[in-house]
Design a protein around this ligand. Structure first.
Ligand SMILES: C[S@@+](CC[C@H](N)C(=O)[O-])C[C@H]1O[C@@H](n2cnc3c(N)ncnc32)[C@H](O)[C@@H]1O
Length: 224
């Protein structure tokens, strides 16, 4: 079995363990995205992780662990009927597209914008959207603080402290239903305490990343 086959097997096993029910086409898109990340990392310096095996666990599977929670929230939003269709998600400081591109592949009914202050990273997302034929994926070159288009969900991973994340992206959060989805490692008690008074954590969701022995959680937050 070549390296690519074993990576695909690991991806499929991880998606199965997370009960994501991905189609073969979605698994292929995730593998194609991994190949793009590897290829363009040398040129664009997208991530410090260089090893394909490590990219699989630390980037793809780590991002995949947040897909089921995201789908649940999207389904709840759609049921409440308060959000437009498609639901709009902004991934802040997306870098090489994590978790934004993974969300766009696994949740085709969500319109995903990946914002980054570094032009070549936003350009990479645009290029990935074209190469992978993902019409629900957009790269945005901007500082998040300047965005005012409303998004129903604003996500981040490895971006900033919770207080900075919500403060800097607040003008882009749709009212009254918008929420923040912050992917974190250890439960960030100090950051939660430091949140502005008019923002509250409504759910802390523990995540299990297949093949990664590390603490992970999602901090779900909304304005009060
Ligand atoms: C540590 S990287 C994380 C990348 C990716 N989310 C991941 O998990 O691999 C943080 C990213 O945030 C971007 N960034 C920093 N400040 C920003 C801002 N104010 N607005 C948008 N992006 C920003 C950086 O350029 C960088 O790509």
């Amino acid at each position: 079995m070549n390296n690519n086959d074993s990576l695909r097997q690991q991806l499929q096993a991880g998606a199965d363990a997370l009960a994501l029910g991905l189609s073969d086409a979605q698994v292929s898109l995730l593998m194609d995205f991994l190949a793009l990340l590897q290829k363009w990392n040398k040129v664009y310096n997208l991530t410090a992780v260089r090893d394909p095996q490590e990219m699989m666990t630390h980037h793809l599977l780590d991002s995949l662990a947040a897909v089921a929670p995201l789908r649940r929230h999207v389904a709840a939003l759609q049921q409440q009927g308060g959000a437009p269709t498609p639901v709009r998600l902004l991934d802040v400081g997306s870098g090489g597209g994590l978790p934004g591109v993974v969300f766009a592949i696994c949740c085709p009914d969500v319109d995903v914008s990946c914002v980054d202050t570094v032009g070549k990273k936003a350009a990479f997302i645009q290029q990935a959207a074209v190469a992978l034929k993902l019409r629900n994926l957009h790269g945005v070159h901007a500082r998040v603080e300047t965005l005012t288009t409303p998004f129903d969900i604003i996500s981040c991973r490895a971006f900033a402290s919770l207080p900075d994340f919500v403060t800097w992206s607040r003008a882009a959060l749709a009212a009254p239903h918008g929420v923040w989805l912050a992917m974190k490692g250890k439960h960030p008690e100090d950051e939660i305490v430091a949140l502005p008074d008019d923002v509250k954590v409504f759910h802390v969701e523990q995540l299990v990343v297949p093949g990664l022995d590390a603490e992970r959680c999602i901090i779900w937050t909304k304005p009060v």
